[in-house]
Design a protein around this ligand. Structure first.
Ligand SMILES: [Zn+2]
Length: 256
């Protein structure tokens, strides 16, 4: 009886050890994948300072972060006490995001970024007015941020309202509709979902109006000092699609 008891204890001890070993190996394997040069290259884990210095690298940093988010491999960078202390004397965000207020599009989460990375302006339908423009100009002039991303999203309620044009809209909501209705009308002849078509058109038009915005953004954009691009977040997949139409013929930085 005593012998059986000893054998049983030995068996359970071995099982526990083996289980711990498997867990350890899995953990090592996971660490190895994310540390590999290939994985890091595919997911654009670039130095934060390079992303701040060069908007094209900043753009890749956002694309890589979204890829990690979609694949369930978010690394949640710079989200700790150490970063709070590092930033207590100032900020240097590498991107301005002009996005929708929709609660399903939390910017730091979907781009897998952290404290001090993104300067965010959010209104429904990412409609901009004087205060939003001032915020962008502040980021560009004072914080030296060189990348502006207009981020729309599929199934946007504000855009849907501009497509449907309901009567007797209460309060200030009509401001949103008035700002988006042009994009909604312009995309109404397209095939496919009218709201999502209008979402894309709205982003493209908002990008164009920021590129034309005097006196600060327009000059910086044509001089190639800042990039202004557009993207759409898919609320079904979590994926951000940077719109090709806004990535073509970007002005190059002037030689100094
Ligand atoms: Zn929205």
């Amino acid at each position: 009886m005593k012998k059986i008891f000893i054998v049983l204890i030995a068996f359970f001890a071995f099982q526990t050890q083996a289980f711990a070993q498997v867990k350890k190996t899995e953990k090592n394997k996971k660490a190895k994948i994310t540390d590999s040069v290939k994985w890091r290259a595919q997911h654009y884990i670039v130095n934060r300072d390079s992303a701040y210095a060069d908007p094209r690298i900043g753009l890749k940093k956002l694309q890589g972060g979204n890829r990690r988010f979609v694949e369930g491999k978010s690394i949640k960078p710079r989200q700790n006490y150490e970063t709070i202390k590092k930033l207590e004397n100032g900020q240097a965000p590498f991107a301005v995001i002009v996005g929708c207020s929709d609660s399903r599009v939390p910017n730091e989460m979907i781009f897998d970024q952290g404290l001090g990375d993104l300067f965010i302006i959010r209104t429904a339908g990412q409609v901009s007015a004087a205060a939003s423009y001032g915020s962008m100009e502040f980021a560009v002039l004072k914080l030296k941020t060189k990348l502006i991303v207009v981020l729309g999203h599929t199934e946007c309620g504000a855009v849907a309202a501009a497509v449907e044009r309901p009567e007797n809209v209460p309060g200030h909501i009509v401001t949103l509709i008035n700002d988006i209705k042009h994009a909604a009308a312009k995309s109404s002849h397209l095939h496919g979902d009218p709201v999502n078509n209008a979402v894309r058109q709205n982003v493209i038009e908002q990008v164009n109006s920021l590129r034309d915005l005097d006196p600060i953004l327009h000059k910086k954009y044509v001089d190639g000092e800042i990039l202004i691009v557009g993207a759409v977040y898919d609320i079904h997949t979590g994926k951000v699609e940077f719109l090709e139409e806004t990535l073509l013929n970007l002005p190059k930085p002037k030689a100094k």
